[in-house]
Design a binder for this molecule. Structure first.
Ligand code: AMP
Ligand code: ZN
Length: 462
C-alpha cells in the first residue's frame, strides 16, 4: 500500500514495523460537547484506513484517546457549574453512541487522559531532567530551541520560531511557534492533580505523547488526525516523545482535510456546524452521512451542503436498490462465467485503488461499474443463482471496507415482509382487494414500499 506521509511530504510505500501488524493511533474527541460531522470526517477517514488495512491482510491495533481534561472541558464544566466528570461522562457516552450509529468500528483501547496523569507528570519530569523542559512560576514548558527537529512535520522554518517566548493555551497559530505548556500549575476553579512536579494538570499535547506510546510503544506505525492537528498538536507530540525516548516517534503521519461549510472549516467556535444528532433529527439516514464523509478522498476538502447530502443518498440508494432487486428476483439455477470474471476485475480494481493512498473515488467507481455491467446482464436474463450469490458476496467483502450496508437487512424482518407480500398476492388472486390494500398499508407503516412490476412484487425501505 502507499500513503501520503505528511512528514516526508510525499506518497510512500507502506511497511509496518511488525510483519502483518499495524499499530495505529488516532487523536480522539475532546469531550466537552457533541461531536460535529467535521469531527466525524476525521473518525470516518480513520475507520476507512483501518478497514482498508484489514482488507489488505493486516491486523490493526488501534488506540484512540479521549481528552477528558483540557482548556475546553474545564471551561465548559465551569460555565455549567458542574464537575469535570459530570460533563465529560455525558459526552463520552454520546460519542460511543454516535460512532455506533455511523458504523465506525471500535478501537482496541480508548484511554482517558484523567486516568494517565501520573505517567504524564513523569514524562514532564524526565523532559526537564534531560534539559528539554523548564519550570516557570509552577508551570512547565517545552523549550523548542532544544529540539533540533522542531517544525519538521508542519514545515516551519527555523528562524520563524519564537524561542524563549511561552504560550499557555493549547491551541495557537503556526506563526506563533512558542515554547508550549507541558504541565499547567494549579489554578483556582480548575481541577488539579498532586504530582512529583507539583500540583497541576497536563497540557493537551503531553496527553497524546503518553497515551500513544503507553499502548503502542515507540516508534509505532501510523498516527492520524485532521490537518488542523498538524500544528501545534502533532508537532509538539513529536518534540516531546522524541526528546523523551531519543528515538523516532511515528513512521507515517496521515491527515485528512477539513469538512467545510461555504468554504470555511466546520467548527464549534464558528458555529457553522451540524452534529450527527442534528442531521438525524432532520430525517437523514446515518449511512448517507457515512457515505458522504467517506466518498471524497481524505486529502481533499469536502464542502458540506444539503445538495451533496442528497447526491450521497442517491448513490447509496443505487447500491441498495441493486442488491434488493438481486435478492428479490427469481433466477434460474446455473451460472454465467462472465460474472466471475467481472467480479474478479472489480475486486482487483477496488483493492488497487485503496492501496493507492485510499483512492476511494476509484474504488467506488469499480463498484458502480460492476453494478452497471450486472444490471445489463440482469436485463438480458443472463444472471443465475450461483451468480447472484457471487455478486452478494462481493458486496459483503466491499462493505467490510465501506461499512455502508450494515446488517440491518435482518433476516427475520425480511422473512416477515416476504410472508406479508405472499399473503397480499394470495388476497389479490382471490380478488380480496380490501385485504390486499390493508397489507400494503401495514407494510407502509413499517417503512416498506411495494412496487408492482412485470416480474412480480418488489419491496424497498422508505
Ligand atoms: P477536536 O475534538 O477538536 O480535538 O477534534 C477531533 C478530531 O476532529 C481531530 O482529529 C480534528 O482534526 C478533527 N476535526 C475537527 N474539525 C474538523 C473538520 N471541520 N473537518 C475534518 N476534521 C475535523
Ligand atoms: Zn492527540
Amino acid at each position: 500500500m502507499k500513503f501520503f506521509n505528511t512528514l516526508s511530504g510525499k506518497k510512500e510505500g507502506f511497511r509496518s514495523i511488525r510483519p502483518e501488524k499495524v499499530y495505529l493511533y488516532t487523536c480522539g474527541p475532546t469531550v466537552y460537547d457533541y461531536a460535529h460531522i467535521g469531527n466525524f470526517r476525521a473518525y470516518i477517514f480513520e475507520d476507512l484506513l483501518k478497514r482498508a488495512l484489514v482488507f489488505m491482510g493486516y491486523e490493526v491495533k488501534h488506540v484512540m484517546n479521549i481528552t477528558d481534561v483540557d482548556d475546553k472541558t474545564i471551561k465548559k464544566a465551569n460555565s455549567e457549574g458542574r464537575s469535570l466528570h459530570e460533563v465529560t461522562d455525558k459526552y463520552i457516552k454520546a460519542f460511543f453512541e454516535d460512532i455506533d450509529t455511523l458504523n465506525i468500528s471500535r478501537a482496541n483501547h480508548y484511554p482517558r487522559a484523567t486516568e494517565h496523569i501520573k505517567e504524564m507528570a513523569d514524562m514532564v519530569k524526565i523532559l526537564v531532567q534531560k534539559g528539554y523542559g523548564y519550570q516557570k512560576n509552577g508551570s512547565y514548558y517545552f523549550d523548542i530551541s532544544k529540539f533540533n527537529g522542531y517544525g519538521k512535520l508542519a514545515k516551519i522554518n527555523k528562524n520563524e520560531l519564537r524561542t524563549g517566548e511561552r504560550i499557555e493555551s493549547d491551541e495557537y497559530e503556526k506563526k506563533n511557534a512558542h515554547d508550549f505548556a507541558l504541565w499547567k500549575k494549579k489554578k483556582p476553579d480548575e481541577p488539579y492533580w498532586e504530582s512529583d512536579i507539583g500540583p497541576g494538570r497536563p497540557g493537551w499535547h503531553i496527553e497524546c505523547s503518553v497515551m500513544s506510546t503507553k499502548y503502542l510503544g515507540q516508534p509505532f506505525d501510523i498516527h492520524c488526525g485532521g490537518v488542523d492537528n498538524i500544528f501545534p498538536h502533532h508537532e509538539n507530540e513529536i518534540a516531546q516523545s522524541e526528546s523523551f525516548a531519543d528515538k523516532k516517534f511515528v513512521n507515517y503521519w496521515l491527515h485528512c482535510h477539513h469538512l467545510t461549510v461555504n468554504g470555511s472549516k466546520m467548527s464549534k467556535s464558528k458555529g457553522n456546524y451540524y452534529t450527527l444528532r442534528d442531521l438525524i433529527k432532520k430525517g437523514t439516514d446515518p449511512m448517507v452521512i457515512r457515505y458522504l464523509l467517506i466518498s471524497t478522498h481524505y486529502r481533499k476538502m469536502l464542502n458540506f451542503s444539503f445538495e451533496t447530502l442528497a447526491q450521497s443518498e442517491a448513490s447509496l440508494q443505487r447500491i441498495r436498490d441493486f442488491l434488493c432487486e438481486l435478492k428479490d428476483r427469481s433466477v434460474e439455477p446455473g451460472e454465467n462465467p462472465l460474472v466471475e470474471k467481472m467480479k474478479d476485475q472489480a475486486m482487483t480494481a477496488f483493492a488497487e485503488s485503496l492501496s493507492d493512498d485510499l483512492n476511494i473515488s476509484m474504488a467506488l467507481k469499480a463498484v458502480f461499474d460492476f453494478i452497471r455491467k450486472i444490471n445489463k446482464l440482469l436485463s438480458e436474463n443472463q444472471i443465475y443463482t450461483e451468480d447472484s450469490k457471487r455478486i452478494v458476496s462481493a458486496f459483503k467483502k466491499w462493505d467490510e471496507v465501506l461499512g455502508i450496508l450494515p446488517e440491518d437487512e435482518d433476516t427475520e424482518l425480511e422473512a416477515s415482509i416476504k410472508e406479508k407480500i405472499d399473503r397480499r398476492n394470495r388476497a389479490r388472486k382471490e380478488k380480496n382487494y380490501a385485504l390486499a390494500d390493508k397489507i400494503r398499508d401495514e407494510l407502509c407503516k413499517q417503512g416498506i414500499i411495494l412496487e408492482d412490476t412485470k416480474d412480480g412484487v418488489r419491496w424497498k425501505k422508505k
